[in-house]
Design a protein. Structure first.
Lengths: 263, 560
């Protein structure tokens, strides 16, 4: 019962946000001009599960509201939309919906593109198959860790599906360097006695650097003790373009999007 | 500049190495915990070893050179409030907790963070008296922390990622966890706080891999359990309110870390005050196992023995002090458990049987006169309005003591010449509500004058009590020396193999004493009260000494 009420309330708020367009909105560049298809697709799945029961598949089941118009009465920017959904509206009877960053990016991308998005073209990745790719053909656990499986050498992905948008995750699979967080950059250190340490940067200040080394040890070095310190600008992660099929990539993306943190 | 392919190759090779070879660095086995003294560069448990000596075998810093100690680095907590953590240090990495329930991994040489784990406790939690966390425990590559909202959490030591979380008790009923867990074999052991909220206390062990509860020992025995008879029936015609089901909210909280004897396979825990704290008339009987030490089989949680320091307590004399294990006590061949209790007495017990060996005051005591042959105190309640010694905060409290096998002295942070006047009042239990049954007031020298305050203008003075470090002969309880402070102290004590003693106090001085004589050798004014136990570690060839003062963790060493 509670779920039904929540959905109804969400519909009411979307109604409050939705309705008709304001003249001032028209023509303005008020949100990101591009939404990755995978974000839209991810949002479509969320919409179907959480919004469609009240708003309908076409976004027009609540009187006076047509979400497919892409125009909203009380929300201009994407941030406005996120605020409505996260905070809710007592006046409209909507409780807050605590969507994580990944899901919020998806739902907004979908709301902005409902009119043009063709659900028939969406390939929804299979989470179970994606996990097989992650732990098998993709060899992702050789560097990454999910839960208690995998290596600490690369960034931990246990909650990647709540902190990165679907588009960002997809790009990281195809062009890893483009999505590499600066703090995660590989570093090569050579101490004054010639010891070479390769690792992933965890933290750094003027005088010291902290790394996860290739033997999965967290270590700290004073820069004054180093003969060489190189920040590598390219990711050691291979691109999966060409090595995984589009279906495997889709499944892998679906699995990564399902990673919402420790259970 | 490395090529991308070479980096990739290295990444994969490193992963392969890790898969094929056992990981040694950072892996803290239960064997390492049991033999912590063999690696004095590390600090692997809350009190430094299973015997809870808070004694470091490091000796680079000596009475001769301690005057040259210099500040190396400071870590400032971003969260205001009393900070009581004791760090762990494992192979150059320091793990601390900061309020409310963050865990931070720091480089022990520079103080720079590797990672921070943030946990937000339930905002509706009910926690008494400082709402603190005193540290983590480690096994393998996993850290364990109890939380203010009574959860137990396992965290990866390499990454700060949460592995599992187990609800230990219901926080909105007043349950919490504030102490560092104790790891023994494959179990992580914790107890629950909440003695001022009418909890029914317990100690429980959880599987380190899954967080599943392995056993639970209630510090307040239920019907049919041994000890329940000490929650006596109410008199037919009681003069005042009497609770026929007092045991259900009888307190017995756990808020300091226990100790472990691998040979006896027993773990020892101090149990907190009875609930309600002061209104004794409504809970007739001795009220076991409040204010007791309990010796539990570590595999099953079965009670092997107990000793109650303060039967039917009406003074809030929690017996949560860290149990200190001393082998061949007084050269008698007896492996003892020694204890400076909040009630003002120093005790020695046979830790195999619980047999009473010794009990004598280390501060002024007037709530009892002497012990009978079984070690039961003969109580001497003071007339209404008259002061009881020691006062409500005790002759000592939760502050970690230290035992030095080098000096054979036991060191305790004490409040001397300190008393309270108790005013009990009946109280009915309501879930999650204060359940103390009245309260004490400090015994002041000028009746009717404004209440005393401490720091930065200290009106407390010697007229109402003062702090001290007292060194006791571990076998006899004889006072060997005393170091007086003007203000009182909530600091723990660290001793070292070079006969140094480090401690603090509410005045904010971090000071080093000669452990044999109590002579002051060095001090630093850190500017705020020191409320934690100092510890020491070594990285490379350098020994460090650590304390927390106010919102900052200070690390000292000799200049290189």
């Amino acid at each position: 019962m509670q779920k039904i009420i929540d959905l109804a309330v969400l519909a009411a708020v979307l109604a409050a946000v939705g309705a008709t367009a304001l003249a001032s909105q028209q023509g303005a560049q008020l949100h990101d001009s591009q939404y990755p298809d995978v974000d839209i697709a991810h949002g479509a799945g969320l919409y179907a599960a959480r919004c469609a029961p009240c708003h309908g598949a076409q976004g027009d089941a609540v009187g006076g509201v047509n979400l497919r118009s892409g125009k909203f009465r009380n929300a201009i920017t994407d941030r406005d939309l996120a605020g409505f959904i996260r905070v809710g509206s007592q006046a409209a009877g909507m409780p807050p919906f605590a969507l994580d960053d990944t899901d919020m990016a998806g739902i907004i991308a979908y709301l902005r593109n409902m009119n043009s998005f063709d659900a028939a073209t969406v390939k929804t990745g299979n989470v179970a198959r994606g996990r097989e790719v992650f732990e098998g053909k993709g060899s992702c656990t050789k560097c990454h860790r999910v839960g208690r499986v995998g290596s600490h050498v690369g960034p931990n992905l246990t909650d990647i599906g709540s902190v990165r948008s679907a588009g960002s995750i997809q790009r990281s699979l195809l062009e890893p360097t483009s999505q590499m967080m600066p703090v995660n950059r590989p570093v090569r250190l050579v101490t004054k006695d010639g010891t070479v340490i390769n690792g992933r940067r965890l933290n750094e200040d003027t005088y010291s650097i902290q790394v996860m080394d290739e033997r999965e040890r967290i270590q700290s070095f004073l820069k004054s003790d180093l003969r060489e310190y190189t920040i590598v600008k390219t990711s050691p992660m291979p691109s999966y373009k060409g090595t995984l099929s589009s279906e495997e990539l889709s499944d892998l993306l679906g699995y990564l999007l399902s990673l919402k943190g420790p259970s | 500049m490395m090529t991308r392919s070479r980096l990739l190759l290295m990444c994969c090779a490193a992963a392969l190495i890790c898969l094929l070879s056992p990981r040694v660095h950072g892996q803290v086995t239960s064997q390492r915990l049991a033999t912590a003294n063999s690696e004095p560069q590390n600090w692997l448990t809350y009190s430094g070893n299973y015997q809870s000596h808070r004694f470091s075998l490091l000796d680079q810093i000596t009475p001769a050179n301690v005057k040259n100690l210099k500040l190396q680095w400071v870590y400032q907590s971003p969260v205001a409030g009393n900070w009581q953590t004791t760090p762990l240090v494992v192979d150059g990495v320091m793990y601390i907790t900061q309020r409310p329930n963050d865990v931070v991994a720091l480089d022990a040489v520079t103080g720079r963070a590797f990672w921070i784990y943030r946990y937000t406790p339930n905002p509706n939690r009910i926690v008494c008296c400082g709402a603190n966390n005193r540290g983590v425990a480690i096994l393998g590559d996993t850290l364990f922390m109890g939380t203010l909202d009574a959860n137990l959490i396992a965290i990866e030591a390499k990454s700060g990622r949460q592995i599992w979380k187990t609800e230990v008790a219901n926080t909105t009923s007043g349950y919490s966890i504030t102490h560092a867990p104790l790891i023994v074999k494959d179990k992580v052991i914790v107890g629950v706080g909440g003695g001022e909220y009418g909890i029914r206390g317990f100690i429980a062990a959880y599987d380190v891999n899954t967080g599943k509860e392995a056993w639970r020992f209630y510090t307040i025995p239920g019907p049919g359990e041994k000890g329940h008879e000490t929650w006596e029936a109410c008199p037919p015609k009681a003069d005042s309110f009497c609770d026929p089901e007092a045991w259900k909210h009888g307190g017995g909280s756990i808020w300091m870390t226990g100790s472990y004897d691998p040979q006896l396979n027993l773990t020892y825990w101090g149990v907190g005050n009875v609930g309600p704290d002061y209104a004794g008339a409504q809970r007739p009987g001795d009220n076991l196992y409040t204010d007791s030490v309990v010796a539990l089989d570590v595999d099953t949680g079965t009670l092997r023995w107990h000793y109650q320091f303060t039967p039917h307590d009406v003074y809030d004399y929690d017996s949560v002090q860290v149990p200190v294990l001393v082998d061949n006590w007084g050269r008698t061949g007896i492996n003892a458990l020694v204890w400076a209790n909040r009630n003002g007495n120093y005790y020695a017990l046979d830790r195999a049987t619980g047999r009473f060996l010794l009990g004598r005051p280390f501060v002024k005591v007037n709530w009892m006169s002497e012990f009978d042959e079984r070690g039961r105190p003969i109580q001497t309640p003071q007339p209404p309005g008259q002061p009881t010694y020691p006062g409500n905060q005790g002759g000592t409290n939760w502050y970690s003591p230290s035992f030095s096998p080098r000096t054979n002295l036991f060191y305790v942070s004490a409040w001397e010449d300190y008393a309270s006047i108790y005013g009990p009042s009946p109280v009915e239990y309501k879930e999650g509500r204060n359940f103390t049954g009245g309260g004490p007031r400090p015994f002041g020298p000028v009746p009717g004058a404004p209440g005393l305050s401490r720091a930065p203008i200290n009106t407390w003075t010697e007229a109402a009590g003062h702090g001290a470090v007292i060194a006791l002969d571990v076998a006899t309880g004889d006072q060997k020396w005393k170091f007086n402070m003007t203000d009182v102290t909530d600091s723990g004590i660290l001793t070292t193999a070079s006969n140094l003693l480090f401690t603090g106090g509410r005045e904010g001085y971090f000071q080093a004493l000669d452990a044999s004589t109590g002579t002051l050798l060095w001090k630093a004014n850190l500017g705020a009260a020191i409320n934690s136990g100092p510890m020491s570690y070594r990285v490379g060839t350098r020994q460090y000494v650590v304390t927390v003062s106010g919102l900052s963790l200070f690390v000292f060493a000799l200049d290189e």
